[in-house]
Ligand binder design. Sequence first.
Ligand SMILES: Nc1ncnc2c1ncn2[C@@H]1O[C@H](COP(=O)(O)OP(=O)(O)OP(=O)(O)O)[C@@H](O)[C@H]1O
Ligand SMILES: [Mg+2]
Length: 236
Amino acid sequence: MPDPEATAEPIVCARNLTRIYPLGAGTVTGVAGLNLDIARGEFVVLKGPSGSGKSTLLALLAALDTPSAGELTVAGRRLSGRPPGDLTRFRREAVGMVFQSFNLLPTLNVIENICLPALLAGRDEREARRRAEELLERLGLSGRARHPADRLSGGEMQRVAIARAVINHPALVLADEPTGNLDSRNGSAVIELLARLNREDRITVLLATHSDLADGVATRRLTLRDGALVSPPCGD
Ligand SMILES: Nc1ncnc2c1ncn2[C@@H]1O[C@H](COP(=O)(O)OP(=O)(O)OP(=O)(O)O)[C@@H](O)[C@H]1O
Ligand SMILES: [Mg+2]
């Protein structure tokens, strides 16, 4: 069997991807007939005005939401028409999500937060802890392993959220405005961390943001307007 990592197949392939939200008697367009290929190893920065569809697109790619129409293949899995169990497994194994609001579990400590997706995926607890400790070391947070998650600074919380997003070795990280609640120093540290994971672990990154902090590390920049891409979807 060919190694999927070694193929040139794009990690994201969206064709006519559409998400229309029903609202009252009418509808609202989230994403409108979007075509997009992202190659493995890219660091894509996605911009666009508020309401242009960035979060909608990321939610579709993470299988947190279902398209109204179109085809979507992510990390070699066609997402349309899958039973919920398959989509849960996909979310645990193939993608890592990072949000503006960190979404850590406040009653758990740092290492427990990071290990949670590994334990939910049925991985060995000692192995998960080993990987979490290695990530903490790389993130410069070794001293915070037993710290309650709600007693961290914002920058630390986001670094922990990134460790949690990559504990299961996802091929793709989807980051929705991850620097939105951070000052520029902490925001830059978060971008540098994502860039390192992209470079060193070859994790593909799709980052939705209003900020210019990631412009320098992007391999490609895309712009959404009214749910459609306004820059060329393939190449640069
Ligand atoms: N659950 C929903 N029901 C109805 N409309 C929605 C829903 N979620 C999003 N929308 C609408 O879809 C459009 C795209 O929203 P989305 O959140 O994807 O934009 P965005 O680019 O992420 O914006 P921002 O930069 O403010 O985060 C907007 O017009 C929004 O009002
Ligand atoms: Mg958004």
